[in-house]
Design a protein around this ligand. Structure first.
Ligand code: RIB
Ligand code: CA
Length: 320
């Protein structure tokens, strides 16, 4: 039985790579892809979700949720790695649909329609999840699990010395989700930073004449350029794709029950994730945190799952 998932994301090139896999993997049933602002504006994230789905054209199109500004607006965006438009500046054709429902309503409706069966895979700021929980206070008890890419346990942040990008974009929502009474898994930078896709990736991608192969060969080169220019990295991080691997291949990850919360104040610490790691912790443990992963096998799994997705997606049609 395929696992029912909602992918909440802010595409974002690593979000897009995760969607290339999720939309075709036979182990997943993607009920909805809900957009959230982060790497790019809410409007652009909503358009990017539709662009990605249109370019990949899965057999069963998921519902799409429209992003909206977090309370207080977005403090930053991800242009330094994804470009202003979020997808590396690649001009894809897109059939933009009007009158999309808000992401938080799509999440509420889909979870209510399949109580205790849906995993929410949160690959961007947690605005939509928090809003869904506020809209329907019973929802946390009806979600099977929330898997979040975000935060750090002991390593540095990436958007500030203290904070990881997704949490920093909307720390108030992140705190609300961290404190919600639902089953949670956090995949933090401490783990996702260890996977670096190097240039030899291009020799291992699906052929360009496949739909998946063509799409990733469009969006990945700008990511490599940006990582080299802005991080001095000869390769790319794919934080969200690693987080998706923890859903598809949980055996490649080691998790630990921890007590975590989010700093919502502070010039220097805004968005920092804090865990009670004292010898005798007093905070209630509220999530599983990925603390180890078999990095090489995770990278191989990403390559293998892209190949599987390419087989399911089939050849590229020239008119796309
Ligand atoms: O810190 C990494 C996260 O921020 C990823 O989800 C990336 O897409 C950006 O949203
Ligand atoms: Ca993301």
């Amino acid at each position: 039985m395929a696992r029912k998932v909602i992918v909440d994301c802010d595409p974002g090139i690593d979000d897009a790579l995760a969607l290339c896999i999720a939309l075709f993997d036979p182990r997943l049933e993607v009920l909805a892809v809900t957009a959230v602002g982060g790497n790019t504006s809410p409007e652009r994230a909503t358009l990017n979700v539709q662009t990605i789905i249109g370019q990949l054209d899965p057999k069963r199109w998921p519902r799409v949720g429209a992003a909206s500004e977090p309370d207080g607006g977005l403090p930053v965006d991800g242009r330094y790695l994804c470009g202003v438009d979020g997808l590396g500046g690649i001009e894809f054709a897109v059939a933009e649909r009007q009158h999309l429902l808000p992401s938080e309503k799509v999440i509420c409706d889909q979870v209510r329609a399949a109580p205790h069966q849906v995993t929410i895979v949160a690959l961007g700021p947690l605005t939509n999840i928090a809003r869904a929980f506020a809209r329907d206070p019973e929802l946390p008890t009806l979600v099977d699990r929330v898997v979040m890419m975000g935060g750090t346990v002991s390593g540095p942040g990436n958007i500030t010395p203290a904070a990881e990008f997704n949490i920093y974009c909307d720390p108030v929502s992140a705190r609300a989700v961290f404190r919600a009474h639902c089953t949670k898994t956090l995949v933090p930078l401490d783990v996702t930073n260890r996977a670096v896709l190097s240039y030899d990736l291009f020799n291992r991608l699906p052929e360009e004449n496949t739909r998946i192969g063509y799409f990733v060969r469009q969006v990945l080169p700008p990511a490599f350029r940006a990582h080299r220019q802005n991080l001095g990295l000869e390769g790319i991080h794919v934080h969200d794709t690693v987080a998706l691997m923890s859903v598809i291949h949980p055996d490649l990850f080691t998790t630990r029950e921890m007590a975590g919360d989010v700093e919502t104040q502070g010039d220097l610490t805004m968005g920092m994730t804090v865990f009670d790691r004292r010898r005798v912790p007093s905070w209630r443990r509220n999530m599983e945190v990925a603390v180890e992963m078999r990095t090489e096998e995770v990278v191989d799994a990403i390559i293998g799952d892209l190949a599987t997705a390419a087989e399911y997606a089939g050849p590229r049609l020239a008119d796309l």
